[in-house]
Design a protein. Structure first.
Length: 360
């Protein structure tokens, strides 16, 4: 038996309870969690913005130590530190065949499986494949990647979502070039990773935007050269900070229609806007045909930072070892499983960066 955070149904409160976790079968790995980040996507699962089968164990950003492996697993062994990959690529669908592994059509099929049970026999699903809000989990072998050398196991949890997403948004989706101006909307865990990644790319100025004045110090520590408290004049404020032109690149990490529209308006003519935040289907963003022609701007979505974890984790590790990427700056709160609901409340209130569930 292991303790886990269970979502009984969409809209219900999380329950911290023991679950019966089986031994790994063929092609599976059992992992003892060291840490798991509390991501906004987990909150989106609880309120129905994103859908997965329930009841389930949430948590998709984590790292830990391999306890046991099933038949056929050779790339990791008991005792190895691993990062959980919630969106593994199948390697054979159309998107994987053309190198767009972050859009794999089979990535979330594991979320529909039954991976554990309550003591009364109730079937449990593994959230976004990996069920990281638990002391231990059992996942498919392609959901684990070895922790790169020199990366502390607890910090490595952040590589599983926030850092891959933020880094990829800058380097793969927006393709920020040295000297370009960048504005980042939303200073949560992903936003802080995005600011650090913009700094690594050599961007400047780097402008952070958030509704909370209290996040300015966090943003500046992560690489922001300027900070704007969101208001009706945000786009104008950003143009003032960019010689009247607007930013070359805007990266939206909130997922709200109004914020997406403001991010787009904050860029220069010919600018680029990348949307990382996950919004609900009722969030409608509108443009008129003339402004699309006149401004010549680009608006694009971004899934998982358009990242390939097997390719990008070694690159991120090198930035960490060189001191260019500081994972500890993303974490503003360390909690236990019981602290997850409070972390969700802080997200809704716009407080803090990344809350990290630390086990043991």
């Amino acid at each position: 038996m292991v303790r886990a955070a269970i979502l009984p149904a969409v809209g219900s409160a999380l329950e911290i309870a023991e679950i019966d976790l089986p031994a790994p079968g063929p092609g599976q790995v059992r992992v003892r969690l060291a840490a798991a980040g509390v991501c906004h996507s987990d909150l989106s699962l609880t309120n129905g913005t994103m859908r997965v089968p329930t009841p389930c164990v949430l948590g998709h950003e984590g790292a830990g130590t391999v306890v046991d492996v099933g038949e056929g697993v050779t790339h990791v062994a008991p005792g190895d530190g691993v990062v959980l990959n919630w969106a593994p690529s199948c390697g054979s669908c159309h998107h994987c065949s053309i190198g767009e592994v972050w859009l794999c059509s089979q990535a979330l099929t594991g979320a529909a499986s039954v991976y554990a049970h309550r003591p009364d026999g109730t079937e449990l699903h593994p959230g976004l494949n990996v069920a990281a809000f638990a002391e231990e989990t059992v996942v498919a072998a392609n959901c684990v990647l070895p922790v790169p050398d020199g990366v502390p196991l607890t910090d490595a949890a952040l590589l599983g979502c926030a850092v891959l997403t933020g880094y990829g948004a800058v380097h793969h989706s927006a393709r920020v070039r040295s000297g370009e101006s960048v504005v980042v909307f939303g200073v949560g865990g992903v936003g802080l990773a995005t600011l650090q990644s913009a700094r690594i790319a050599g961007a400047g100025p780097i402008i952070a935007v958030d509704v909370s004045p209290e996040k300015e110090d966090l943003a500046r520590a992560a690489g922001a050269t300027d900070y704007v408290v969101a208001s009706d004049t945000t786009a104008k404020d950003i143009r003032k900070l960019t010689a009247g032109q607007g930013a070359d690149v805007a990266i939206e990490c909130v997922g709200r229609a109004a914020t997406i529209r403001t991010a787009w308006e904050s860029t220069r003519r010919g600018g680029r806007t990348t949307v990382v935040g996950i919004g609900g289907k009722d969030q409608q963003v509108t443009f008129n045909a003339l402004e699309l022609f006149h401004w010549g701007r680009t608006l694009s979505g971004c899934v998982y930072g358009n990242s390939d974890p097997s390719r990008d984790l070694p690159v991120l590790a090198e930035h960490i070892r060189a001191g260019r990427l500081d994972l500890s700056q993303l974490v503003t709160e360390r909690i236990g499983l019981e602290g997850i609901p409070g972390a969700f409340e802080n997200m809704v209130a716009g407080k803090g960066g990344r809350a990290l569930v630390v086990f043991g």
